[in-house]
Design a protein around this ligand. Structure first.
Ligand SMILES: [Mg+2]
Length: 222
């Protein structure tokens, strides 16, 4: 089947999520009386992942996931409005600090220039993820699929099937590109897409044959 579209992941693929988290924590933690040290940052990341799992399974809302993260992190239960207000402090730093990965815009341009349709499939709230795409100069990507729209999240292969269905391109003609091997590569293949692992850190599975270390190497797959 001829390649017709490239489906990019957002966080860690087009946008530098990790750097935004680090910068946001460095600014936010002192403002709530906490040290911005390595152990605290690691705790935040571990707690975040644990509660995102429940959200991805659709057991809790995105807002609730944030409240539970905060409760576990601070060891204090706030009422929802209070918790949302505290979390907003972190979020403001995170969102305004969100930057494109240096190779992102060129890769999107290259795919479009090759005559391919470009879309994004991302695990995050629709409003926030569209805001990030605006911030990094990729708001012209019209097709943005999130669990809010699809009702399922990666790594459920159904997220890919539904995204391709809405996009109007058969899965076999779509290349998934992302930094999470299980989510963006294995789940995509299970849904019938082609996939390439963006392994920026070089820590991904060595047996993966379709592996690039930067988006600059994506052209070999287009
Ligand atoms: Mg990612």
């Amino acid at each position: 089947m001829i390649l017709k579209g490239v489906l990019f992941d957002l966080d860690g693929t087009l946008g530098d999520h990790d750097a935004s988290v680090a910068a946001a924590l460095a600014a936010w933690l002192p403002s709530i009386g906490m040290a911005s040290d390595e152990a605290t940052i690691r705790a935040w990341e571990e707690i975040t992942e644990r509660h995102l799992v429940a959200w991805r399974r659709r057991e809790i809302s995105y807002a609730e996931q944030r409240r539970r993260r905060l409760e576990e992190f601070l060891g204090v239960r706030h009422d929802p409005d209070e918790a949302d207000a505290i979390f907003a402090g972190y979020l403001a730093h995170y969102d305004t600090g969100y930057r494109a990965c240096p190779d992102a815009v060129a890769a999107v341009d290259e795919a479009a220039g090759a005559g391919l349709a470009v879309a994004v499939l991302t695990n995050g709230s629709a409003v926030q993820q569209r805001g990030k795409l605006r911030r990094i100069g990729l708001s012209h990507i019209a097709q943005v699929f999130t669990p809010d729209d699809l009702g399922v999240a990666k790594p459920d292969p159904e997220a890919f099937r539904l995204a391709c269905g809405r996009w109007g391109i058969e899965p076999g003609s779509v290349l998934s590109v992302g930094d999470n091997h299980a989510f963006d590569v294995l789940a995509a293949r299970e849904a019938g897409l082609r996939a390439v692992h963006l392994d920026r850190s070089g820590s991904g599975p060595v047996e993966e044959m379709c592996r690039i270390s930067t988006l600059g190497a994506l052209d070999a797959y287009l």
